[in-house]
Design a protein around this ligand. Structure first.
Ligand code: KE4
Length: 429
C-alpha cells in the first residue's frame, strides 16, 4: 500500500513523539504496522493524506456516532467557537449538555464535566474512597479505565490477591490497593469481599467490556455486582466512557436496568472534542468540591465548544433513536464475518450491542479476558492489514472494540463484507 505522505509524516512524528504518536494504540504496533495519517473524515469514511478512503470502524475509538463531520455537530461547534473558545467561567452550553445527560441517564442526579475519560474515572474512584473511608478498588481483568495509576495494574499472584504494578512508575504500595478478578465471575467478586471485609471502596466495571474486544456481561452479572456492592457497603461504578449513549441512548445502565452509584462518561458526549464526565447519586456528588471536601478541578472543564457539540449529538440521538439500526448492522457484520471465516476453517466468536460490535478469532464462548489467550492474534493482524489495503479500517488491535455510526448504511456493510471475504482468503492463504 503506497502511502508516501503518511510515511514522510510518520518519519517526522518519530522525531517528535514517543513512538511517533500521541496515544499508543494509534501506532499500529499491536498489528506490526505503521499508521496512516488522516486528512479528513466524512460520514462513515476517513481519507488519508495520500487520498485513500477507508470505511471507518474505529470512529475515534467510539467518540463519533453520527458520522464524521456531521453538519449538526459542525454547525454547533462553529457557532460556539465564533464567540470564543473557553472562558473558565460557567456557560449556558454546560447547563444544556448536563440536562440532556440527566434526561437520558436519570441515575446521574448530579454530574461533573472533566476533559477525558481518565479524569472521570480517577475522580470517581477518589470520591468513592472519600465517602466510604475505604481504600481498596476492585476492577476486572482486561478492563481499561484510563491511565491513572490505580488502574495500571495487573492481577496479583493469585485470584483476588492484591494487584501488582502494570506499568513502571506505579508504586507497588498503590497497586496493592487494587484487586483484579475475571469479568463475568461473581464468585471471584464474592471472594474479594470475603477476604477483605469492610475494605473495598468500589467496584469499577465496564458494563460491556470494550477493551478486550467486545465481551458482554453474562446474564445476572451486573445485577449480582449491584447486590454484592450494596450488601458490603461498597460503591458500584459503571465506566460508561465507551457504552454511554452507544450501547443504548441510556447507556448500558439503561439497557440492562442496573443503576450504579456512580457513572463515568466520555467519547460520545463530546463527539470528538476532549471531554469526560462523572456523576451519580446526589448524596455522593455533594462531597465534590466546592460543595464538599473532595478536591477535583479542571481549567478547561465545561468547554463551551465541546459542550455545544455534545448537546447537538445527544439531541440527534434522542430524535433519531439509531441504536436498534446500529445493532442490526453490527449483527450483520458479526454473523457475516463468522460465516465467511467458518467456510475457511476459522472459528470466531462475536457480538453486537448497540453501536459496538466485535469478532474474536477463536472458538467461543468468550466470557472474559483470559478466554482470549486462545485467540489467533496472528490471523487478526493479517486480516487487519488485508482489510486496510482494501479500504476497511478496523481497530489496529485485537483488544479493541469496533464501532458503527448512523452514517454506516447498507452499502457500507455490504462492501465491508465483500472486503472481508477477500481479506480472509489472504489472511488464511
Ligand atoms: P481517555 O482518558 O482516553 O479519554 O479515556 C479513558 C477510558 C476510560 N474508560 C474506558 C472504558 C475507555 O475505553 C477509555 C479509553 N479508551 C481507549 C481505547 N479503548 C481510547 C483510545 C486510546 O487510548 O487512544
Amino acid at each position: 500500500m503506497s502511502t508516501p505522505r503518511s510515511t514522510e509524516l510518520f518519519a517526522r512524528a518519530l522525531r517528535l513523539f514517543p513512538g511517533g504518536v500521541n496515544s499508543p494504540v494509534r501506532s499500529f504496533r499491536a498489528v506490526k504496522g505503521t499508521p496512516f495519517f488522516v486528512a479528513r473524515g466524512s460520514g462513515a469514511r476517513l481519507f488519508d493524506v495520500d487520498g485513500r478512503a477507508y470505511i471507518d470502524y474505529v470512529l475515534s475509538w467510539g467518540a463519533v456516532i453520527l458520522g464524521h463531520a456531521d453538519p449538526r455537530v459542525t454547525a454547533a461547534a462553529q457557532r460556539a467557537v465564533e464567540k470564543g473558545t473557553h472562558y473558565g467561567a460557567p456557560v449556558p452550553e454546560e447547563v444544556e449538555l448536563g440536562e440532556l445527560v440527566q434526561r437520558c441517564m436519570p441515575g446521574l442526579e448530579r454530574v461533573r464535566f472533566v476533559n477525558s475519560g481518565t479524569e472521570a474515572t480517577m475522580s470517581a474512584v477518589r470520591l468513592a474512597r472519600a465517602v466510604t473511608g475505604r481504600d481498596l478498588l476492585l476492577k476486572f481483568d482486561g478492563a481499561y479505565h484510563g491511565h491513572a495509576d490505580s488502574f495500571l495494574v495487573r492481577a496479583g499472584s493469585g485470584m483476588a490477591t492484591l494487584a501488582l504494578p502494570g506499568s513502571p512508575g506505579v508504586p507497588e504500595a498503590l497497586a496493592r490497593l487494587t484487586v483484579v478478578v475475571p469479568f463475568n465471575d461473581l464468585d471471584a467478586v464474592r471472594d474479594v469481599f470475603r477476604r477483605y471485609p469492610g475494605a473495598v471502596a468500589a467496584v469499577i466495571v465496564e458494563p460491556i467490556l470494550g477493551n478486550a474486544g467486545l465481551i458482554p456481561p453474562c446474564g445476572g452479572f451486573l445485577e449480582g455486582l449491584r447486590e454484592l456492592t450494596r450488601e458490603h457497603g461498597a460503591l458500584l461504578i459503571f465506566d460508561e466512557v465507551i457504552t454511554g449513549f452507544r450501547a443504548a441512548l441510556a447507556g448500558a445502565q439503561g439497557r440492562f436496568g442496573v443503576v450504579p452509584d456512580l457513572t463515568t462518561l466520555g467519547k460520545v458526549i463530546g463527539g470528538g472534542f476532549p471531554i469526560g464526565a462523572y456523576g451519580g447519586r446526589a448524596d455522593l456528588m455533594a462531597n465534590v468540591a466546592p460543595e464538599g471536601p473532595v478536591d477535583q478541578a479542571g481549567t478547561l472543564a465545561g468547554n463551551p465548544v465541546a459542550m455545544a457539540a455534545g448537546a447537538a449529538i445527544l439531541r440527534a440521538l434522542a430524535d433519531e433513536r439509531p441504536h436498534a439500526a446500529l445493532e442490526s448492522r453490527g449483527r450483520r457484520l458479526v454473523d457475516g464475518i463468522g460465516e465467511l471465516a467458518r467456510r475457511r476453517g476459522l472459528e470466531t466468536w462475536g457480538d453486537a450491542v448497540g453501536g459496538m460490535w466485535g469478532v474474536h478469532f477463536t472458538r467461543g464462548p468468550v466470557r472474559n479476558f483470559g478466554d482470549l489467550a486462545r485467540a489467533d492474534q496472528e490471523v487478526f493482524s493479517r486480516f487487519f492489514h488485508a482489510c486496510l489495503r482494501r479500504g476497511v479500517y478496523l481497530p489496529p488491535s485485537p483488544f479493541e472494540t469496533c464501532f458503527l455510526s448512523s452514517a454506516h448504511g447498507d452499502p457500507e456493510i455490504e462492501s465491508t463484507l465483500d472486503v472481508v471475504e477477500a481479506a480472509l482468503d489472504e489472511a488464511t492463504s
